[in-house]
Design a protein around this ligand. Structure first.
Ligand code: LMR
Length: 393
């Protein structure tokens, strides 16, 4: 049964983490997978989450099943956090999912069930797992112009020209904020323009929001997707708590279907529950219990917001320090764009061969497509990383 299987191609991000762990060199820097580290190089449990965990452990009386949709209190918390004040608030149905990746897959299956001929349009480039997830559900994938490698910014004109071809049979996937892998985000005018196109031409927007709070602030980062949710009849929204609650391994996320009315979204949710039942059945509860506890306690919510803001500020400061090091020590403005990018990631503009040299010669692990995780840097790594970037470029 298995002897004819071809050698598998491993995901470029996950395989990098394994290679990093096995690298025996003492001076090594992991700028691969999107994980936040503090100045000691540790991915901490956030204080608000730790306190919530103490409460959950003390108060939880059972480990019995929760339900196919996960915890409905958590689901409503996600809706409250993201969609309060929009017209979508009363026409949304939500399921808790194993991370946002689980939500992406559930939505891919839902799209395939509702409209099997759908093409899903992705930003060029996009998160490495977007295409595999969509294709695994049998959907076609097409890329639209997004990132201009020369200016290192979003090419809004080219994006709008490509998306003008998307119609009723199409789903267009947008990154809520902190674009993965480039770090280049649409401005609010671009959100307005793509929303107007969705309304005019009838494509369904699908927003993947994994990094809310890491760009400017939670509120600012959600501004574009909230505007869109307020304007369009139908929209899909996946949300991750991996990064902004630091819950990576707890696999905590949500998938929200926004529809024309409560009847439509109830049917969509019913189908999602069938799909979940045929897949993982129920999402893990622990992470959702922690998030729900944080968000239902004003004191813990305030601590969480403060910690998230500190992480965002630190990312900004790491970007500035790396830029300054490259600019002042090596007299180059070639990497000034790093400061303008948002969130965890930046595409350096190095070739795959240069990224391989960074890894092989300097033990600096970035993704071969040129992406580095700024949140994986520590202040003390910056001179070495800057020097190595200059040496390979
Ligand atoms: C990343 O892009 O590094 C993260 O979103 C982790 C993942 O699941 O790939």
């Amino acid at each position: 049964m298995f002897s004819h299987l071809p050698t598998p191609t491993l995901d470029s991000i996950i395989s990098l983490s394994a290679a990093f762990r096995e690298d025996p060199r003492e001076q090594k820097v992991d700028l691969g997978i999107g994980v936040y580290k503090n100045s000691d190089g540790v991915t901490p449990i956030m204080h608000a989450v730790q306190q919530a965990q103490d409460i959950v452990v003390a108060e939880q009386k059972t480990k019995s099943y929760v339900g196919l949709a996960g915890c409905e209190i958590f689901n409503q918390s996600m809706v409250d956090l993201l969609l309060t004040g929009t017209s979508a608030y009363d026409r949304v149905a939500t399921i808790q999912t194993p991370g946002a990746s689980g939500g992406l897959r559930m939505f891919a299956d839902l799209i395939h069930f509702a409209q099997p001929d759908t093409t899903v349009w992705l930003t060029n480039p996009s998160y490495v797992n977007h295409a595999p997830i969509m294709q695994a559900a049998g959907l076609k994938v097409r890329y639209y112009a997004y990132f201009n490698p020369q200016t290192k910014t979003v090419d809004t004109e080219a994006m709008l020209a490509d998306l003008a071809q998307a119609g009723k049979q199409d789903v267009v996937l947008f990154h809520g904020c902190c674009h993965n892998p480039t770090g280049a985000d649409m401005d609010f005018a671009a959100w307005q323009a793509v929303t107007a196109l969705a309304v005019k031409n009838g494509f369904t927007p699908f927003v993947d929001a994994a990094y809310l709070g890491f760009g400017d602030s939670y509120e600012q980062d959600a501004q574009g997707l909230r505007y869109m949710a307020n304007q369009v009849d139908e929209m899909l929204l996946t949300v991750s708590c991996s990064k902004n609650f630091g819950l990576y391994r707890e696999r905590t996320g949500a998938a929200m279907v926004i529809g024309k009315n409560a009847h439509d979204v109830a049917n969509a949710k019913g189908k999602l529950l069938n799909l979940a039942r045929a897949s993982y059945t129920m999402p893990p509860d622990h992470g959702a219990a922690l998030v729900r506890t944080v968000l239902h306690d004003d004191k813990l919510t305030a601590i969480w917001k403060q910690e998230l803001s500190e992480m965002q500020q630190r990312l900004l400061s790491l970007r500035q320090t790396l830029c300054k090091e490259l600019r002042n020590k090596y007299n180059t403005s070639q990497f000034d764009f790093i400061e303008q990018h948002k969130g965890m990631f930046t595409v350096l503009g190095l070739t795959p061969a240069q990224m391989t040299r960074l890894r092989e010669e300097f033990a600096i692990y970035g993704v071969t497509d040129g992406r580095i995780n700024i949140a994986g840097l520590t202040e003390k790594d910056i001179p070495y990383v800057a020097e190595s970037i200059i040496k390979v470029s």
